[in-house]
Unconditional design. Structure first.
Ligand SMILES: CC(C)(COP(=O)(O)OP(=O)(O)OC[C@H]1O[C@@H](n2cnc3c(N)ncnc32)[C@H](O)[C@@H]1OP(=O)(O)O)[C@@H](O)C(=O)NCCC(=O)NCCS
Length: 241
């Protein structure tokens, strides 16, 4: 059984204490099902997801539009949708609605006291935010829950990962998503470009280590309750020093 079908009921999840989902900083909430929230929830990180709909492109604010001047509508729609989600989360952190532009690398620019991350495909948009005082950085990724192409497996997984994960293409997809979330977590801190081979993922400890020795914690879950496409979502973070 692949992780995608077994994940909801792993012993790890059952052993985790029941959290008070009513407090804004203790869990993911809102559109998320509680089952999904349980899998991704990390106290202090707010996570939210939205199905992308026509018209979301109009949510991009003037300060944000510059970065999308050459983008097609599909891209602007996804980036608008994810900012709808992110702005709602910022409000829950006590921030007024604000623009979330991109820097030259493409990384989102957050209010000074916030760390956050965005991800989307053509169907879903997910955002995560936290207070900078509580996390050095966070990253999020969303991927369609489909097997990774066989020929990509040796490019994405290290030798050690292939020894533990085997050649299971669904687990390989999970590792791919984890590495993307890890990159989004570390890049804003050190501005170092990472190849897949620069990140070593341990699914047991749920810690990934980069070639420059950054340790990144992660969790993952399925978005199967909000859409029929079984998206996989990974949340990564680096705690304060
Ligand atoms: C950053 C990156 C991983 C995003 O992946 P993607 O599949 O293109 O898109 P996603 O939907 O997952 O994420 C898009 C969001 O990532 C964010 N992002 C882009 N570049 C980023 C960076 N350098 N650091 C942090 N976040 C970044 C943006 O917020 C973007 O959303 P926006 O365009 O609406 O602002 C990818 O563009 C990239 O640069 N990859 C090179 C590094 C890499 O993947 N190495 C292998 C894994 S270690």
């Amino acid at each position: 059984m692949s992780v995608f079908s077994s994940r909801r009921h792993t012993s790890v999840d059952r052993e985790r204490p029941v959290r008070d989902h009513s407090t804004e900083e203790s869990s993911a909430a809102g559109h998320l099902s509680w089952r999904y929230a349980d899998q991704l929830a990390e106290p202090g990180i707010l996570v939210e997801v939205k199905l992308i709909t026509p018209g979301d492109e109009s949510a991009l604010l003037p300060e944000e539009l510059t970065a999308f001047s050459k983008s097609v509508e599909r891209v602007r729609r996804a980036s608008g949708a994810v900012r709808v989600v992110a702005r709602a989360l910022l409000t829950r952190l006590g921030h007024p609605e604000c623009a979330i532009p991109k820097d030259q690398s493409g990384a989102p620019i957050w209010p000074y006291d916030v760390v956050g991350s965005l991800a989307h495909d053509s169907r879903v948009a997910v955002a995560a935010v936290a207070r900078r005082s509580a996390f050095r950085s966070i990253g999020i990724d969303v991927e369609i829950g489909q097997p990774l192409d066989d020929e990509l497996i040796p490019m994405v997984l290290t030798r050690r990962e292939r020894e533990t994960v085997g050649e299971d293409p669904m687990l390989a997809r999970l590792v791919f998503a984890i590495k993307e979330a890890v990159y989004k977590t570390t890049y804003p801190l050190d501005r170092i470009f990472l190849e897949h081979s620069d990140v070593e993922v341990d699914l047991t400890t749920r810690i990934a280590v980069t070639r420059n020795d950054m340790s990144v914690c992660f969790r993952y879950g399925l978005l199967s309750d909000i859409n029929p496409h079984r998206h996989l979502c990974v949340l990564a973070w680096i705690p304060p020093i």
